[in-house]
Design a protein around this ligand. Structure first.
Ligand SMILES: CC(=O)SCCNC(=O)CCNC(=O)[C@H](O)C(C)(C)COP(=O)(O)OP(=O)(O)OC[C@H]1O[C@@H](n2cnc3c(N)ncnc32)[C@H](O)[C@@H]1OP(=O)(O)O
Length: 425
């Protein structure tokens, strides 16, 4: 069991959980997320059956859990397709009675130190609110865009009867999805920088097998697969339908996509066209897509896809700069000296990145003069290639120690397609 050795002299203890702590910890989690705090025996069983309790911790005050925190092993894809070990952070709450006394800081600081010791290359999380995590060295590395598509305006030929490339779209039942989805996702995530692995529990949640009593009532979704002309599954989609009012007897139903992943552009285009062509549905909500998703441009009228949300999504906190930068591919070859500032003392230093040379990419500590000075949070923004160093320099968030260094960083680091993490965790 991990205990917070220092404490803060306030009697509140940060510690990991024993099995009989789970119900109280779950009640605190639900309180922090403003959900009813009632916890059932099934909730406790679902939680203990799917989590490593050694990685679940919380703040305990006089017999009551007042803070919750959990982390787990994750694989994060970087540009080029390599996966680096990440410490994924989740379930962070502090009770409203105990906020702003430093409890989040104590839980997170201890876990980041443990992640560093374990050899994780980055820490990752989905930030509930933008202002929380920058102070701990995290920066937003991927963004999402949600669309609402007016299917009537999409200008798809009303006679459209499916893919015309020899491929096909088929509906699946749950067993069919579970046979095709996990291996397909494994292929997908290696193609998409920013994507993370999906464990068995995520698929159970996705198909309604793992649920907590506070979850919305389960509504069975539709699942469909795109198969290439050769019969290979290349994309899957999960969506739900909601009946509309049918004003004046006109169909008015809505579809909501909860997952659409594809390993080829043909599959991605075919699944969007399938969704847009479903009779009765006039509106399609896409859920979180990559900010440069194919969707708007694969419609006859791209303006039929209206952006309803555009926001930061996956935040990264570098823990090992050389391994993070060595793992990825670069758009060009060249070198760059980065002065990385880390007040937490986990990942700072001056590093020479030698990208894409004949002997491969190298990154190691150096005493050469710096080109660019930045914090771990800004490196978190830049490391998957989504953000521009020139933009951050214009904002005063990175310092050019050598003129033109930010543009050189962009030439190396930026990617032709934007990174994307489709999974909430
Ligand atoms: C990965 C995830 O799970 S994201 C989910 C995060 N959880 C939530 O949003 C649930 C609701 N909110 C909460 O439970 C709490 O407010 C938390 C967990 C966000 C913060 O917990 P606290 O114990 O209050 O944070 P703590 O006291 O350590 O704050 C440290 C600093 O962050 C700041 N801070 C913390 N939360 C916020 C916030 N939501 N907005 C702005 N600043 C914040 C504090 O003001 C403090 O600043 P200071 O160092 O300048 O004084």
């Amino acid at each position: 069991m991990i205990r917070d050795p220092g404490g803060a002299g306030d009697g509140i203890e940060i510690r990991t959980l024993a099995e009989d702590d789970v119900a109280g910890w779950l009640a605190a989690l639900q309180t922090g997320f403003l959900r009813p705090p009632a916890v059932t025996a099934e909730d406790v069983a679902t939680f203990t059956g799917s989590r490593d309790l050694a990685r679940v911790r919380g703040a305990y005050d006089g017999g009551r859990w007042v803070g919750t925190y959990r982390s787990f092993d994750q694989e994060l894809t970087v540009p080029g397709g390599a996966a680096v070990p990440a410490c994924a952070v989740s379930s962070v709450t502090v009770s409203p009675t105990h906020r702003r006394r430093g409890l989040l800081t104590r839980m997170l600081t201890a876990d980041l130190a443990a992640a560093k010791e374990r050899g994780d290359v980055v820490a990752s999380l989905i930030a509930a609110e933008y202002p929380i995590y920058g102070r701990y060295g995290f920066g937003p590395a991927t963004w999402i865009t949600d669309y609402e598509v007016s299917t009537r305006r999409a200008q798809l030929d009303p006679r459209y009867a499916g893919p015309d490339d020899g491929g096909s779209v088929e509906l699946l039942d749950t067993a069919g999805l579970l046979a095709i989805g996990p291996p397909l996702h494994d292929r997908f995530r290696r193609l998409v920088p920013g994507a993370v692995d999906r464990g068995a529990h995520r698929w159970q949640v996705h198909t309604g097998a793992a649920r907590f009593s506070v979850d919305e009532p389960w509504v069975e979704p539709f699942y469909a697969v795109y198969r290439s002309a050769a019969g290979e599954p290349e994309g899957v989609v999960t969506y739900r339908a909601k009946w509309g009012e049918w004003p004046g007897k006109l169909p008015d139903d809505r579809l909501t996509v909860t997952d659409l992943i594809a390993v080829t552009p043909a599959a991605e285009r075919a699944l969007w066209r399938y969704l847009v062509s479903i009779d009765w549905a006039t509106t399609l909500h896409t859920g979180h897509r990559a900010p440069d998703d194919l969707l708007p441009l694969c419609l006859g009228d791209p303006r039929a896809a209206r952006v309803t949300a555009h926001a930061d999504f996956l935040w990264l906190r570098p823990l090992d700069v050389p391994r993070l930068l060595e793992a990825r591919d670069y758009a060009a070859s060249g070198s760059l000296v980065l002065d990385v500032h880390d007040p937490a003392g986990l990942a700072g230093g001056r590093f020479l990145l030698d990208a894409g040379g004949p002997g491969g990419t190298g990154c190691s500590a150096t005493d050469r003069p710096a080109d660019l000075a930045l914090s771990t949070a800004e490196l978190g923004r830049l490391c998957l290639g989504d953000e521009s160093a020139v933009r951050l320099a214009a904002l005063g968030l990175v310092d050019e120690e050598r003129p033109g260094a930010a543009a050189r960083a962009d030439a190396l680091l930026r990617t032709s397609r934007r990174p994307w993490c489709p999974d909430i965790f």
